[in-house]
Design a protein around this ligand. Sequence first.
Ligand code: AMP
Ligand code: SF4
Length: 459
Amino acid sequence: MPFKDECGVFGISSQEEAARQTYLGLYALQHRGQEAAGMCTREGGILHQHKAPGHVADVFSASTLDSLHGDAAIGHTRYSSNGSFASHEAQPFMVYGRFGPLALCHNGNIINTELLRNKLLEDGHTFNSMSDSEVILALINTSKANNLEDAVEDALRQIIGAFSLLILSDKHLIAVKDPHGLRPLSVAKLGESSMLGEPSIVFASESCAFDLLGAEYMRELEAGEMLIQSSDGLHSRFPNKRCPAKPCVFEHVYFARPDSYVFMRNVMATRRAMGRQLAIQHPVDADVVIPVPDSGVHAALGYAEQSGIRFEFGMIRNHYVGRTFIEPKQSIRSFGVKVKLNPVKDLLHGRRVVLIDDSIVRGTTSKKIVGMVRDVGAKEVHVRISSPPTTHPCFYGIDTPTVEHLIASSKSTEEIRQFIGADSLDYINLEGLYTAMQDKGGCGFCYACFNGNYPIPRT
Ligand code: AMP
Ligand code: SF4
């Protein structure tokens, strides 16, 4: 089974301290993947690499960073949806081929990998992993084109799916977005620490990585864009036919950091707008608005703002526990909720509580949280969700379970309410989400996990 990767990618050029800057960038993108981290740096025509399972701070020591010489780098934080993560799946991937050394890291999911891999295997190619990234590198190196840019274009015309890629060669740093622009990738410049008088170009999945470096945000890459940084400066190519952009709305609902700009919008602001829409659509008589931290915080602020009901941090999160979903085994996941969240009895006892979260996937988290809030004596528990029911799985790199494990694919809202044990349960509807995203008509984003309208036909 191919791996689906919802990950963080970071790249930088013309920067004396490329490894240390990449380390900072990956640190800021840690929330996008906690299973493994890695980077490749470029020193002259040579690439150096270090990658391992674990968090960024554990994977890189000061001496490791000192050994990663060079003035350009790409890096990656990773989680996969396939529980059997192995260390050789960590990214970036590096090969020596027709175009010299080449490293690549990837956020997304290529849906025709199996077909492409089988074709390459028939032609005698060998692979070290099941990763999409290795297939893309193989396509580049087996292209008949006689320069790297054309060979990358060749590869991009064959792969189908959601991808934001960074490719580092001995002369280029190339950033790529898939034709629908499903996964985020932005570009910034870092003027002050420039070499040779030229600003560094920085790429990252989310703008929070630029903030940490003091880089100046320029823009989100366009859907289908291939943005090339070389000694000739920056230039763009569009290898595939242009099609309407369908960026992933779930980045705004849940995945991205609230301080980031993703798809040119501030995540905190869109989450707050979702909360306001939720309060308009589903008001309730209650004493206190409580977020499920951290995912429900900004929607809860919006809900409180719109409803006039007081906001309180009625559940405290232990920040030293990873996101429940990122732990691969069901037994750990359920346990994680208890380890992660603790209700504050003094704020909840005897109160009518509106509990706000961003989504219900399997329903196990909400069920446990409602139970915990009741255990400390809440009088009523009303659950409000700032996205519509998750009825369809994602094939574009967000880790969602198969359809039979998505509680909303087979149960009505009333049945889910009974399952989680709430006094009432309501979700924002699609129109409310369109309004919050300022997406009139709902054509500007992918909403497939909520409505089943997949922008890329299944192969
Ligand atoms: P559950 O309903 O128990 O499967 O979990 C739902 C919770 O997981 C929600 O509170 C979300 O904040 C969070 N969540 C939703 N989708 C994802 C995802 N793809 N990866 C990690 N966490 C997620
Ligand atoms: Fe994002 Fe959902 Fe579309 Fe996947 S299906 S890309 S999670 S909006």
